[in-house]
Design a protein around this ligand. Structure first.
Ligand code: GAL
Length: 679
């Protein structure tokens, strides 16, 4: 089993620490170390926004203060996750060199200020970042207290999502395209530019898609998104290479859930450890189930990127300051939300931030240490209690990891393509569709991974591929082989429609043989105006907005079963859900959106057929989730997201972690309780 940080086999507890804001208050820094120990903090992230303190003027370095703090923390058993400071530029850099500042789609270059807004192509920016990163690595990269590199901060987290439209980026984009297509003829064909007479006759005619320019060529839009992601990935790689010059410590970047602009699967390949910043919107409604489920999906994505434990690099111990309404976590929720991350595969609980800043835009963001009350707060006490609990469960949890036998296809390129469609409805809602397929697994207590079209499928008994619209090269063959060899594959309406260039696939669905379906029409309706139903598992279910009209393709050798058909409208009797045996496995096709309960019943049946039911499947009250981390001994996390107590019937005799107390039969979970057990 892989451990997250070599030689440091513990769950991490800590967070972003900004001592550079307090260098003229040594008593504050002393107090911090004392309180960190009290809060059972064992690691902090340092240097994220320290560039101006590390290099106050070009080429003038001040590392002494940072070394002193890392030393002091290390002496006290607190490790450092050391950040490269490219997340925010010092004024000397941004003022002096225009090219480092990002240009918006309107052609306007940013003024100096704010953060996460550099041009990733600028050779000057790359040189300056490389220099400071190398210095950092040379001086501190082998410090025994440093356990991990935190490369930059939340790449792309500004209104432009990392995309810069400056001339350097336009040039780099054209080069990227030349490398990809070789000739303009190939590009014109892939982008279908004869449409509206937009054939390119010179590479210079190509510009990034912007609202006042070209946005109607889907191939251009898709390639621009690929380029933006690749360019930032390459920038990240240049930072990784810079720190690697003098240090072999592992590297991570702090990601942001399903962040549309970047293909994190690709980024993951160059990272040692995945980490992300989790800021769910609790108390958004009368219950927190939806928030809990969506947060679980985000954690799951992070674990899936490497099929390994990850780190929750940031979370708030109390409130954020940037949502419309910033609600305090009610007592108990912080512990549950933190343990939810661990349940889903995180080996850490870390915060933004340790101490509230005195000024600046985040002065009212939650922190472990308050402005006036210091550690004498409910928040501090809850953080300290959680820190103690993490220490107590560490041995049982570390090293283990969730090992799903089901997977859901979530593919960034598909996301970009689907959401650009001018088709059956304005918002095709790919991510929401994927989440709607994740939800039943979460509710049923069945572990699931996300995979993309390039990931292997072997090892999963069931793969669900909702709205898999864009088929990359080789995807159809992979699915075919997977089903032939015994896998169960479910896909839906709007799948296998375009190739990797977003060009419609002519002739037939690339998986027509496997699915046994030929689609003729795609309908999008207002369901209240044109209601429809399907029957399945002794129930009648409402059909949703998107509905495909398909025909069965007869296959004498492998007959197709129609499990459910439309009951109304001119397509009454047309197949809505089919199953076809193919090789040793089978393929299912769901032709329409449906009400939520249908997917739960469908996946429960499939889980039964594929023998992947979880121990708690069918026993979980609403709002109670279970996750299983496997290792020498599996550990289950039973999480009650309800604001009230609930009863759960245990499927076996359980031993509570860490005290070994035995539980069996019915147990009561308190509001927000997370019960951790082994068998
Ligand atoms: C994150 C960011 C942190 C801090 C935090 C506030 O997105 O990485 O630096 O701003 O949000 O919630």
């Amino acid at each position: 089993m892989k451990t997250v940080i070599k030689g440091y086999p513990h769950l991490l507890h800590g967070g972003d620490y900004n001592p550079e804001q307090w260098l003229d208050c040594p008593e504050v820094l002393e107090e911090d170390v004392r309180l960190m120990k009290e809060a059972h903090v064992n690691c902090v992230s340092l240097g994220i926004f320290s560039w101006a303190k590390l290099e106050p003027a070009e080429g003038e370095y001040h590392f002494g203060w940072l070394r002193k703090i890392i030393d002091r923390l290390y002496e006290n058993g607190i490790y450092t996750i050391l950040a490269t400071p490219s997340g925010a530029m010092p004024h000397w850099l941004a003022e002096q060199y225009d090219e480092v500042r990002q240009v918006g789609p309107d052609g306007l270059r940013n003024l100096p200020g704010r953060r996460h807004n550099f041009c990733p192509t600028s050779p000057l920016m790359r040189r300056k970042v490389k220099k400071i990163d190398r210095e950092l690595s040379r001086r501190l990269g082998d410090h025994p207290g440093v356990i991990l590199w935190h490369i930059s901060n939340e790449y792309g987290n500004n209104r432009l999502g990392g995309a810069c439209h400056c001339e350097l980026c336009q040039e780099a984009f054209r080069e990227w395209l030349q490398k990809k297509y070789g000739t303009l003829d190939a590009l014109n064909h892939a982008w279908w530019t004869t449409f509206w007479s937009h054939t390119y006759t010179s590479w210079d005619q190509i510009h990034s898609p912007v609202p006042h320019g070209e946005i109607g060529i889907h191939g251009l839009n898709l390639d621009w998104k690929r380029f933006v992601s690749d360019q930032m990935q390459d920038f990240c790689l240049s930072e990784i290479k810079a720190v690697r010059k003098y240090s072999d410590k592992p590297v991570t970047i702090n990601m942001m859930e399903f962040f549309r602009p970047f293909d994190y699967y690709k980024f993951a390949k160059q990272l040692d450890i995945i980490s992300w910043d989790s800021y769910p919107q609790w108390y958004a409604g009368t219950d927190d189930r939806e928030t809990a489920m969506r947060t679980a999906a985000c954690h799951t994505l992070m674990r899936s990127l490497k099929k390994a434990p990850f780190l929750m690099m940031e979370s708030t111990p109390s409130i954020v300051n940037w949502k419309d309404v910033n609600t305090q976590k009610r007592p108990g929720l912080h512990e549950l939300a933190s343990l939810q991350a661990v349940a889903c595969g995180s080996d850490s609980v870390q915060y933004f931030q340790w101490r509230k800043s005195r000024g600046g835009e985040e002065k009212f963001h939650g922190a472990v240490i308050d402005h006036r009350n210091g550690s004498n707060t409910r928040v501090f006490r809850e953080v300290a209690a959680l820190g103690e609990r993490l220490e107590q469960i560490s041995d049982a949890v570390y090293p283990t990891c969730n090992k799903p036998r089901a997977a859901i296809l979530f593919d960034w390129e598909n996301w970009w393509a689907v959401e650009d469609i001018q088709g059956p409805r304005k918002n095709m809602a790919y991510l929401d569709t994927v989440i709607s397929h994740f939800k039943p697994f979460w509710e049923l207590g069945i572990e699931v991974d996300f995979i993309n079209e390039e990931d292997p499928m072997e090892g999963y008994a069931l793969v669900a591929a909702p709205m898999a619209y864009l088929y990359r090269k080789g995807y159809a063959e992979k699915v075919k082989k997977y089903v032939e060899e015994g896998g169960t594959y479910l896909t839906t309406f709007f799948s296998g429609v375009v190739d990797e260039n977003d060009l419609c696939i002519l002739d037939r669905h690339p998986l027509e043989d496997v699915l046994g379906i030929r689609t003729e029409e795609m309908d999008a309706v207002i369901p209240e105006v044109l209601p429809n139903t399907i029957s399945f598992a002794d129930n009648c279910w409402q059909v949703g907005q998107l509905r495909e009209v398909s025909h069965v393709v007869e296959d004498a050798e492998n007959p197709i079963e129609v499990l459910s058909s439309y009951e109304e409208d001119y397509y009454q009797g047309a197949p809505a859900l089919t199953r076809k045996k193919y090789g040793k496995g089978c393929a299912l096709y769901l032709a329409c959106e449906t009400e939520e309960g249908f997917l739960k019943v469908l996946y429960e049946k499939l889980a039964e057929d594929c023998r992947i039911r979880g121990e708690f499947t069918g026993r979980l009250p609403q709002g109670v989730a279970v996750s299983r981390r496997d290792g020498e001994k599996p550990v289950w996390f039973l999480q009650n997201f309800n604001r009230a107590a609930v009863q759960v019937e245990l499927p076996f005799v359980c031993h509570v972690v860490p005290d070994g107390r035995t539980l069996e039969g019915n147990v009561t979970l308190r509001p927000y309780e997370c019960l951790i057990v082994t068998n």
